[in-house]
Design a protein around this ligand. Structure first.
Ligand SMILES: NC(=O)c1ccc[n+]([C@@H]2O[C@H](COP(=O)([O-])OP(=O)(O)OC[C@H]3O[C@@H](n4cnc5c(N)ncnc54)[C@H](OP(=O)(O)O)[C@@H]3O)[C@@H](O)[C@H]2O)c1
Length: 228
């Protein structure tokens, strides 16, 4: 399925794993904001169903799909939204088409079944490990790790939690902060890619809070910025 030409100034985004909870919700939000989105999937039938659902919801052909490599090749900014167990293999599959691009990695290194327990990998951060794997030709930015898919899916409500944006390239972080702002989220520079470890760890705390307080959208808000 190919997209019609982009009528706006918004560049195409690829969401690898965009059939899943978080990826489909981000795809929906960006498509709703006017971005052409290509969902990357291993399963064309599942991807076609997700595209049909989003396009029907929006009333236009805003989202298309391809395999992971095809989707990653189609966009200058690529979002990775697959389970931690598939993070490295997915990146390796698309590695050569990521050169010169921004990779937004939403991965949280959850280790089922104890997902409410912080279990960071050796070296500290799952996303920093991907920046190390890819080297300087790809600007990896960690973001959206603390934003509930459940809240993102509901276009009727703004998502009020903050997005911590970690990456070694300040300009790439700015790009991601704008992408978050375009879907109504406040995103903040949160330092270099190694700091992603803190955002990754926070997600297990939010899962624990969701469970304890019987909610499904716990998030974070940074205070003290009101005057800036
Ligand atoms: N769910 C949330 O609220 C949330 C919030 C913040 C961050 N995150 C992070 O975002 C990432 C995606 O989370 P999710 O909840 O959307 O995950 P998910 O629904 O379980 O999976 C997302 C997609 O990943 C793809 N995938 C690739 N390899 C896979 C494998 N070996 N096993 C299963 N799926 C595989 C699948 O797409 P295809 O089959 O179409 O290829 C699947 O639809 C995770 O790293 C998660 O920690 C999630």
């Amino acid at each position: 399925m190919s997209l019609a030409s982009n009528p706006s100034d918004r560049a195409t985004l690829a969401v690898l794993g965009g059939t899943g909870s978080e990826g489909s919700a981000l795809a929906l939000r960006w498509a709703n904001a006017g971005y052409p989105v290509v969902i990357g999937s291993r399963n064309p039938d599942k991807a076609a169903q997700v595209c049909a659902r989003i396009n029907s919801q929006l009333g236009r052909e805003a989202v298309s799909h391809d395999d992971y490599r095809g989707a990653a090749a189609a966009a200058a900014t690529v979002v990775l939204s697959v389970p931690y167990a598939a993070q490295r293999s997915t990146v390796e599959e698309v590695r050569d088409v990521l050169a010169g691009k921004i990779l937004i990695d939403t991965t949280v290194p959850l280790v089922p079944p104890k997902v409410a327990r912080v279990q960071l990998p050796d070296g500290g951060s799952a996303v920093a490990a991907i920046q190390k794997l890819l080297g300087g030709s790809v600007k990896v930015v960690a973001a959206f790790q603390n934003v509930s898919a459940h809240l993102l899916q509901d276009l009727a409500h703004a998502v009020e939690c903050d997005v911590l944006v970690c990456g070694d390239d300040v300009q790439a972080r700015e790009t991601v902060i704008k992408l978050a702002a375009d879907i109504g989220l406040r995103a903040l520079h949160a330092g270099p890619i190694v700091n992603s470890a803190a955002a990754e760890a926070l997600t297990s705390i939010l899962i624990s809070i969701n469970s304890r307080y019987k909610v499904n959208g716990a998030g974070i808000r940074i205070t003290g910025l009101e005057d800036s």
